[in-house]
Ligand binder design. Structure first.
Ligand code: PGA
Length: 249
């Protein structure tokens, strides 16, 4: 089955109001690459403004709480994201798993909350450096998949992002062969659990993707797109990644 390429910008904790124009530039340029789905996940504070400034474009959150409401100071619920125009949410990013102690069960509950709110979910997995070096990366990631992917969902609305922690923001990237092996293993695990639906699910690669390495990474087996941090903050860096995805159809 042909899966549309999906390129997602994760702005992390970057961007003030004056960054909205950059997002508009990115979305306009992406219109010229219509075979690719493009989303931007800015900080919570910019979601409403960005969604309003880019009607019909995919704007998302970088996290959500698993509950729909309640006494959770500082947290944002998935229906709140949908309410201000978000259509996407990232869950389980390693900076949340590591920095905020989120485990697989919590990530799964967040994914379920996002899906229930009508959002598309990007669920992140990825191994730390020592696990990669010891040869245990695939087992580690498949355990995360088993524990954090919900049981029932529309496969078009749940994407997996494989992001080796040691590649995030470091300029280091795995070999194309290692990326293809991991993505193939993830697809295999999803197929064993969900059957044919796994063919419709997109598996993104993330970790130091840039305009120079995107074409090669996006062409690897079972790589359906990219989750991009640092290189998603400006149109000058992000649009070439979208163009590389478009060139691959
Ligand atoms: P990076 O971040 O592209 O800056 O490595 C990717 C991510 O954390 O999603």
């Amino acid at each position: 089955m042909a899966r549309r390429k999906y390129v997602v910008g994760n702005w992390k904790m970057n961007g003030l109001s004056d960054a909205i124009g950059e997002a508009q530039t990115i979305f306009s340029a992406a219109d010229g690459h219509g075979t690719v789905d493009v989303a931007i996940c800015p900080p919570f504070t910019l979601i409403g403004t960005m969604a309003a400034a880019a009607p019909g474009k995919a704007v998302g959150g970088q996290d959500c709480h698993s509950a729909v409401s309640g006494a959770f100071t500082g947290s944002v619920a998935a229906p709140m994201l949908a309410d201000i125009g978000a259509s996407v949410v990232i869950v389980g990013h390693s900076e949340r798993r590591e920095g905020f102690g989120e485990n697989d069960a919590e990530v799964r509950a967040k994914a379920e909350a996002g899906l229930s709110a009508g959002l598309s979910v990007i669920l992140c997995v990825g191994e730390p450096r020592e696990v990669r070096e010891s040869g245990g990366a695939i087992d580690y990631v498949l355990t995360q998949i088993a524990g954090s992917v919900p049981d029932a969902f529309d496969p078009q609305r749940l994407a997996i992002a494989y992001e080796p922690i040691w590649a995030i923001g470091t300029g280091l990237v795995p070999t194309v062969a290692d990326v293809a092996a991991m993505h193939g293993a993830i697809r295999g695990a999803l197929a064993a659990r969900f059957g044919d639906a796994a063919e419709a699910m997109r598996i993104l690669y993330g970790g130091s993707v840039n305009g120079d390495n995107a074409a090669e990474l996006l062409d690897a087996g079972d790589v359906d797109g990219a989750l991009v941090g640092g290189a998603s903050l400006t149109a000058a860096k992000f649009v070439p990644i979208v163009a590389a995805a478009a060139a691959l159809g």
